[in-house]
Design a protein around this ligand. Structure first.
Ligand code: NDP
Length: 294
């Protein structure tokens, strides 16, 4: 078994991003700038946003975190998004999900200017991704593709099975792996909670992408020998073993599945770190105007 090492790959790509950011700053007189809006006090979201901000600083971006109480109105949030859309000194805008129930995430997503939508969730970016046109690719699938590319994992002609069909992971992942590109050219099956014979579907996979949100859902008996296993899951459990008071578990039973897999991502240290890289690359591209010219 070989490890798809998010720590190593993300560090290398971040070095490149840092150099490109410095060149952009030297030329334009300002840093690439990402704004993250966070509503409420969800522990997981706070951790993710803090990590995104920290990584921006590390690669030489400017980052701004705008926080709202959980009872902010949808109108107030939409007005702020409009203001940011019109601010030429801001390149990328993300609104951390999930949002409180009284705010419609679709309205919020569509309110973001697609040219600043560095999370890649706007329907224009999703549509352009499907058509293989320049766009912002959702950060997690983007990070996974960069990792497959880095390790030269052969994907053409392989059977990929995605477990989970969310808008942010499973669904875009299925589009990317099926596209006529490298990595890509897979024959893709998307599975979900209504899939019959899920175990048999996964057993047939050369590449498994697990994005379910259930600790150790994918067990060794579901995975064929030599499969490439990508574990997107981040399941937080309280723990006395860590400083943070939480321990993270993937959607894959790593200890058992790693004995059968040819390549596997650990949790933590895998896809999560690559997600940050996807976001940073999108933000840099937004600043440089390489995806959508300014
Ligand atoms: P969602 O809850 O949006 O989607 C989960 C998907 O899993 C759904 O499509 C659901 O099916 C499917 N599912 C749930 N239970 C089952 C089941 N018993 N059998 C088959 N399918 C099932 O989750 P996300 O895609 O947002 O996230 C998935 C995981 O990835 C989470 O642990 C999340 O924390 C993590 N994550 C990690 C990131 C990273 O950077 N590493 C980034 C984003 C997410 P249905 O559609 O039928 O309900």
């Amino acid at each position: 078994m070989n490890i798809l090492d998010g720590k190593l790959v993300s560090a290398k790509i971040k070095e490149d991003i840092k150099k490109e950011a410095a060149a952009f700053t030297a030329q334009s007189g300002r840093k690439p700038h990402l704004v993250a809006i966070l509503v409420g006090n969800d522990g997981g979201s706070e951790t993710y946003v803090a990590s995104k901000m920290r990584n921006c600083e590390l690669v030489g971006f400017e980052s701004t975190n705008i926080r709202y109480d959980v009872d902010v109105t949808e109108d107030e949030l939409l007005a702020k998004i409009q203001e940011i859309n019109g601010d030429a000194n801001i390149d990328g805008l993300i609104v951390q999900l999930p949002l409180p129930k009284h705010i419609d995430p679709e309205r919020v997503t569509e309110a973001i200017d697609y040219r600043k939508d560095v999370d890649g969730f706007h329907p224009i970016n999703l549509g352009r991704m499907q058509r293989n046109l320049p766009c912002f690719i959702p950060a997690t699938p983007y990070g996974i593709m960069l990792m497959l590319e880095y390790y030269g994992i052969e994907t053409a002609g392989k059977k990929a099975v995605i477990v989970g069909r969310s808008n942010i992971v499973g669904s875009p992942m299925s589009i990317l792996l099926a596209r006529n590109s490298n990595p890509g050219n897979c024959t893709v099956t998307v599975t979900h909670s209504r899939t019959a014979n899920l175990k048999e579907e996964v057993q047939a996979a050369d590449i498994v992408v697990a994005a379910i949100g259930r600790k150790h859902f994918v067990t060794a008996d579901m995975v064929k020998d030599g499969a490439v296993v990508i574990d997107v899951g981040i399941n937080r459990e309280e723990s006395t073993e860590t400083k943070s008071g939480f321990k993270l578990y993937g959607d894959v039973d790593y200890d058992a599945v790693s004995k059968k897999a040819s390549w596997i991502t650990p949790v933590p240290g895998g896809v999560g770190l690559m997600t940050i890289v996807g976001l940073l690359k999108n933000t840099l591209e937004a600043a440089k105007g390489t995806v959508y010219s300014k």
